[in-house]
Design a protein around this ligand. Sequence first.
Ligand SMILES: Cc1cc2nc3c(=O)[nH]c(=O)nc-3n(C[C@H](O)[C@H](O)[C@H](O)COP(=O)(O)O)c2cc1C
Length: 211
Amino acid sequence: MNAEKLHPEVPNKGKTYVVAVTGASGSIYGVRLIKTLAETGARVLVILSDAGRKVLIHEMSMAADETLLAFLLRYGVDKGAIYRVETFSQEEIASAPASGSFVHNGMAVVPCSMKTLAAIAGGYADNLITRSCDVTLKERRPLILVPRETPFSVIHLENMTRAAGAGAVILPPCPSFYSFPKTVTDVADTVVARIMDHLGAEHRLTLRWGE
Ligand SMILES: Cc1cc2nc3c(=O)[nH]c(=O)nc-3n(C[C@H](O)[C@H](O)[C@H](O)COP(=O)(O)O)c2cc1C
């Protein structure tokens, strides 16, 4: 079944998002976000950090020699939607999201390691992920950071405060349980739903309170 049949109205058609997956635990959040955006009609530019690849291999059984697109297809991203996903390594610094002239609807770093958080907070744009975040902030576009560590040190907290002050939304992966999620995927989707909301992307991942 193709994506249009699964999501007949493709509500995010015409929108473009940048999703970075870095080397914090919780790759499932990034994968679910990419799948949901693509299957609801959005174009998705995905940047995978070197450490993010290692965590995907560890947590989601990505094969060491597998491309991200091949992994996403194997994970279950609809064949009719995968052509909307473009992938980049952190080294591809001359790619579209590195420039403010490339217009998109928002960027999310999911999950966001403390290292990448520090680079964003410090304006240290040393790879395609941190440069794209820097550009997204200067262009005043939505930037959603999903920082994963526990507990947080004062350094982590100060970096989050600094990034929030520059316009980023700090959206920690704190799942909710009021929709009675039954599987790990359902739990992850309670977080992905909030990321979609903050990106201004339509979805039907979870019931909303009051529905
Ligand atoms: C399996 C695994 C899990 C990790 N989990 C975290 C984490 O939850 N948070 C974090 O900040 N770093 C975590 N790290 C360490 C980061 O991967 C490391 O700091 C790396 O340099 C981050 O690089 P990146 O931000 O470019 O992806 C983890 C590493 C591995 C191998």
